[in-house]
Design a protein around this ligand. Structure first.
Ligand code: GLU
Length: 389
């Protein structure tokens, strides 16, 4: 399915953004990727100016510190990792303070251990601190307190830490920026047929299976911890995105329609799917329908080829299209079952004639009702408030 965006990031009030080490730090030299950080800071500034409250959960302390201390690629011993984090965290905090400060944004460092989010009193305390920073317009920059965390009492990965923070502060969205652009049906490096999944309405056993079992997290780019994070975040009512951070301006890229995976916040999965379709930012074409079809759509029926008067734009099967009335007013959006060339050929025809016209037996509906969301005036107001609720 083509990538269809959910709602623009700026429409989420409170956003947690997780930044993986390899995006920020050159793992060979331990140097900070300045250009990338500047582009991220530009994106953050854009969102902050639109009124979003932002929280960063950034890795990179150990990666930066180990080079300074002359350690190997991955410190094996806990005390080495702890020492590396002590050195690296200062540099990391400074990098954020400078990059954000250059854009009139204030960074506040928050180092958490597992017990800070799991023990009720400390949890409330951590939440209150982050809440105060946000209320004052600052951007909390969170990391695990690796210098004191031991194996028994650590998250060990910032995907789950970020999800915990997102649920703790009631975030509307969690964005995991990493080196992979989303969830695939299988490991993309090894399986050429692996398909990218653009939208996950609910985390079913099939979705879990795509992430691989325990222990295969490394071979899947840490997908296991990302799915764990998705369960935590969506269960707490936040949408989650897995997107590639290997590009400059990674947040703006998400809004520009870059390939990524959106996980709907928990709720009714069917409604979530429709909300997602309604929020598609980048419809690839328009289908103009007649009054009979419009009545059928409003009554909850699928859009059949017979009711289509005109087809505009170029689209592939599965792309999002707008469905317009004869007056040009949008009635609905949906994922179309035919590409634009075939759609034009069968527009106005009976479903029974599709095979004779196209030479193959396709779907009866041009847009199935399960793949369609009504977006006319009354519905869009409702969709919007529900999305943001
Ligand atoms: N907290 C670790 C660090 O800052 C990174 C953990 C992770 O990458 O998930 O280096």
């Amino acid at each position: 399915m083509a990538s269809v965006s959910f709602v623009p990031l700026s429409q989420h009030k409170r956003i947690v953004i997780k930044i993986g080490s390899s995006l920020l730090v050159d793992t060979q030299t331990g140097r900070l990727k300045q250009e990338w950080l500047a582009s991220l800071a530009d994106d953050l500034k854009g969102l902050a100016d639109k009124g979003c409250e932002l929280v960063l959960v950034s890795s990179g302390a150990i990666a930066m510190g180990r080079v300074v201390l002359g350690m190997g690629a991955r410190p094996e011993k806990l005390e080495d990792a702890q020492a590396a984090a002590a050195v690296g965290q200062i540099a990391l905090g400074r990098a954020y303070a400078e990059a954000l400060g250059a854009r009139d944004l204030v960074a506040g460092q928050v180092l958490l251990t597992l017990s800070d989010t799991e023990a009720r009193r400390r949890y409330l305390n951590a939440r209150a601190t982050i809440g105060t920073l946000l209320a004052r317009g600052a951007i909390p920059v969170v990391n695990e307190n690796d210098t004191v965390a031991t194996n028994e009492i650590r998250y060990g990965d910032n995907d789950r830490l970020a999800a915990r923070v997102a649920s703790m502060i009631g975030a509307d969205a969690l964005i995991l920026l990493s080196d992979i652009d989303g969830l695939y049906s299988g490991p993309p490096a090894r399986d050429p047929d692996a398909e990218h999944i653009g939208f996950v309405a609910s985390i079913t056993p099939e979705i879990e299976a795509m992430a691989g079992g325990e222990g295969s997290s490394l071979s899947r780019g840490g997908m296991r911890t990302k799915i764990d994070a998705a369960k935590m975040a969506t269960g707490a009512g936040a949408a989650m995105v897995i997107a590639s951070g290997k590009v400059l301006h990674p947040l703006a890229q998400i809004d520009a329609g870059a390939r990524c995976t959106w996980f709907a916040p928990d709720g009714n999965p069917e409604r979530a799917r429709k909300r997602w379709i309604a929020g598609s930012l980048d419809p690839h074409g328009d289908l103009v329908i007649d009054e009979g079809a419009q009545r059928a759509l409003l009554a909850g029926k699928s859009l059949l080829p017979a009711g289509i008067r005109q087809v505009h734009g170029r689209f592939e099967r599965g792309d999002a299209v707008r469905i317009l009335g004869l007056d040009g007013v949008e009635v609905a959006r949906g994922l179309v079952a035919y590409d634009s060339a075939d759609a034009a050929k069968i527009a106005g025809c009976k479903s029974a004639d599709i095979e004779a016209i196209l030479g193959y037996a396709g779907r009866n509906a041009m847009v199935h009702r399960d793949d369609m969301a009504l977006t006319g005036a009354a519905q869009s107001a409702e969709t919007h408030t529900r999305t943001l609720a």
